[in-house]
Design a protein around this ligand. Sequence first.
Ligand code: 13P
Ligand code: MG
Ligand code: MG
Length: 504
Amino acid sequence: MAAKRYGPADGKLQPKMTDYHQSKDDLAGLPQTVAEKIPVTNSPNIFSYKAYVFAKNPALVQRYIKATKADVGGVGGHVVAAEEVKSVVAKVVLENNAYRGEPIFTSLIVTHTGDDVAVTGIMAETVDMSVVDELMWDALQEGAHKAAELGLYGPGQDLIADAFTGNLRGAGPATVALPLPVRMDNASQTVLVSFADKTEPMAFNYYATGAYLLPRFNTGLVIASSKMKRGYILEIVDLDTKAQAIEAGAHPRDQRALDGKMEELAKGLQEKVIRLRAPEDLYDIEGLCRSSRFVVARIWSRNDKGEADQLGYVCSAERLHNIKTKKGFTYGGKDDPVLLAFAQGDWPAPGEITSPWAACPMVAGDCRGSHYLHILPMPINSQTSFWSGPIISAVTLSCNIHTGRIGAISDQFSLGTPWDEVRRRASELAIQFRLAHGIKQPATLPEDELEYQEGWKERRARLERQFEVKPPLTFGTNGHGAAGGEGTGSRVAVGGRGRPQEID
Ligand code: 13P
Ligand code: MG
Ligand code: MG
């Protein structure tokens, strides 16, 4: 096995747990101003590398916030990640958090949303991104081993590549990075991190086409004095390489031709993208973003010429079942997405960004990745439940861009907020919708979008063979009604001829 490019092997930095400040100990040695606290969320513990985040003269360097998420096994089915698995992932990262004598992450958190585990941290540009990806891959592998030991469902579910090959993209885990601003003044940057479980990247189009497009969800677009009032530039990705292959001429039933074309289209992990401007291209953006195929992957603020300025929104716009591994195009399941976005200043406020979820939109996913259901905004580190319904979490991180520290976290969907009411309403709607429609559309997805559908294909193929082509079932002498009119035998027209009057 090749030597690891990260970790303490070179002897230059050997991180120990005592090298980290943990936010759970923030108040040690300080007077505590609160005696009792009502738990409203499951606050992540922030691990910060002391020697760097408390440095007197931190270097002003380009830093990134990076979030990586994968399902490495679920408790009791696909319900929730296991705390022990998260701790194993955290341990691997914290103990190997070194690259050429510097910590990879100056600050990091390990969270879960449903059955997906995520590592989110701040890193400097001096660290090679593929080295971080390798560390993430190995840490998640260790998590998968622990999941197997615990008997969790689907250990290593999202680690679909056979081995790490230099990049996490296409390998299974969702990963995104957002460059933090580099500026002398004002070290503070608010970053929103959002994870969704049991749904697909398209769900995040509600963020993009809400808070970045419509003053109804973001009054700042009209009244803020910042760049926000110029609108944004959006990059939309066409995620459906299968549809692209068919449109390029591959026959949908010619599997070889289809696979070949899909491979060609995804060569070098290239994407098919379109750049549109908000608000000028409002209808084009709304038109594309209404389906699972097109996802707003990136958003930039605009300079005084209206061109793309700062990148402030990135989401994991990938569809793994359109990416080939050694086992073919085999991934089943939706691609539970992750988002990083700036908040405040030139960007929407956290309360604006999250506001589109108050409408309880329905998104594709849920049980067997095969249904539509109302998404439930949940506190960070929550589980899924009814019908494995889609859940979304969103936290905002206060980041110090000078030191690379995540200083503190607020949970946008914590308990004791109006989101309680949204959860109640979404639950009520979801239960009604499920019970009303069951296996039928629209509660169950159309054939193309079903996951794990081998059983349906088998059933459909068997029934297909039983279908027969027959003449129509008719009654009477001329086959069009006993009275010689155009109605059926049982619906004789008044007066004996012409259209029956009761037709409406
Ligand atoms: P996950 O993608 O979250 O594992 O969900 C799979 C599923 O279909 C649950 O029913
Ligand atoms: Mg799962
Ligand atoms: Mg999941």
